[in-house]
Design a protein around this ligand. Sequence first.
Ligand code: DGP
Length: 122
Amino acid sequence: MAYDENNIFAKIIRGEIPCDKVYEDDHALAFRDINPQAPTHVLVIPKGPYVSSDDFTEKASDAEIAGLMRAVGKVARDLGTVADGYRMLSNHGRDAHQEVPHFHIHIFAGKNLGRMIKPVDS
Ligand code: DGP
């Protein structure tokens, strides 16, 4: 899948659409999800043009990958989520219901998040 330069997160990176920013550095931008699924719900995205985790892990440089993961850890710490716990999650493709075609890692925290996913036969 080719990267769509007009996806909503590309517009946020370019400053064409506002976001509730919580962190930014050379490699990553973090902002609050517009439709939060937990008291704390932040998205951490690479600044480079990567469609999903598949694209990112295949094509991004080591510096970009390290930068994004460092940013995830820093954001989680800065938001005070480490003591009680947080979940990081990324959706790739149809079955995972990826909506926005720019790689993003969700950070959820602020409540008991329950089990990770439903059992296979439910
Ligand atoms: P996913 O299903 O993993 O692709 O999740 C995409 C998330 O992006 C979803 O939780 C809602 C969020 N989102 C979509 N559009 C916007 C937007 O314009 N601003 C912000 N802050 N979040 C958005």
